[in-house]
Design a protein around this ligand. Sequence first.
Ligand code: COS
Length: 388
Amino acid sequence: MTTAPPEIASNDEETMILEMVRELVAEKIAPRAAEIDATGEFPWDIKELFAQNDLLGIPIPSEYGGLGGTFVTYVKVVEEIAKACASSSLIVAVQELGMLPILIGGSEEQKKRFLPDIASGKKIAAYALTEASSGSDALGSMRTRAVRNGDTYVLNGQKIWITNGSVADVVCVFAVTDPSAGSRGVSAFVVEKGTKGFIVGKKEKKMGIRGSPTVELVFDNCEIPAANRLGEEGEGFKIAMKVLDKSRPGIAAQALGIAAGALEYATTYAKERIAFGKPIGQHQGVGFMLADMKTEVESARLLLYVAARKCDEGAPDVSLWASMAKLKCGDVAMSVTTDAVQVLGGFGYSSDYPVERMMRDAKITQIYEGTQQIQRLVISRAMVGKGK
Ligand code: COS
């Protein structure tokens, strides 16, 4: 058992939520995880389960229909779900990612219009920044254009790698409104499902998080009301970056949960599997591996909870902490799941055991919401500046 330092320990309300989540995970999510991975289908039943239990709007303020909870609670919930099923945890994490542009950049009217249905789970939200030629270089290579036409904007372009894009009702899309204005030439828009010219394209076939649909979105003369622009024209890139500051801890939480789930499984296995007359965990070769895995998971967890607290406080150095948490947790997810497969030996490599799925799921946490290289860029820029 570990005792959390007081500043990150749960209060009564959070403890209640986490107990409820642990029960849901044990009863309804863990038994479905392998099947969700195998079929690669979006688990609508689990999305409903989250909606019924108010887990889709944890950090949305109560005046907009959310739980009004903290980011600390939110990341702990994502972590608990990811221990059993990374795809399911992404339903909670991407609902947050998709609503954040509205919470951060939206007017009072827009927040009242969009957030309650997202908080209740009636509508699914997504976030569309990435394009074929602009992943890490999100700003410099953005091609999607939005052109003002009276009371509307007409969007043309393509976004790729959009998590939940095919199931989303509300997508926050970033597009260039002024190609000559650099970072001040991007604007943010809410595009609603069913809008003419909003087309769901190719679905990616992925190594992991297979129950989470990742798709291309095409905007073909897609005309949306100007009332769906978030913030002023030209404020979109800053909104996109501020969103990532608060969403990267969610992905860090997913990564940490995957690592913790794999560690738990490997530890139980190492206590039960006998070799040379005793449990393999009591052989130094395996025992020391478990010790390193445990130390990595616990240190990643501390970093993550501090980053989440920074989100709650609106701390000026939130980018730095969010990126450090994402970097550490993503790397820990990859190393711990790889070691968990090793602890299980041949069984670890079989899909009859969950650790191979966890290892496949872990990889994406080093790639999306900013690669590990981008996190290092953000961290080092916070330390020594950007330069030319
Ligand atoms: N909060 C507020 N504003 C921010 C910001 C933040 N966290 N980060 C950057 N900005 C602002 C800068 O202050 C700058 O504003 P000005 O032009 O007014 O000075 C502007 O945004 C451009 O910033 P910068 O010059 O740092 O942009 P770069 O093109 O160098 O790129 C990185 C910045 C690399 C950090 C950004 O492109 C990035 O995060 N890329 C990865 C994107 C990503 O995570 N994709 C995954 C998609 S989501 S699944």
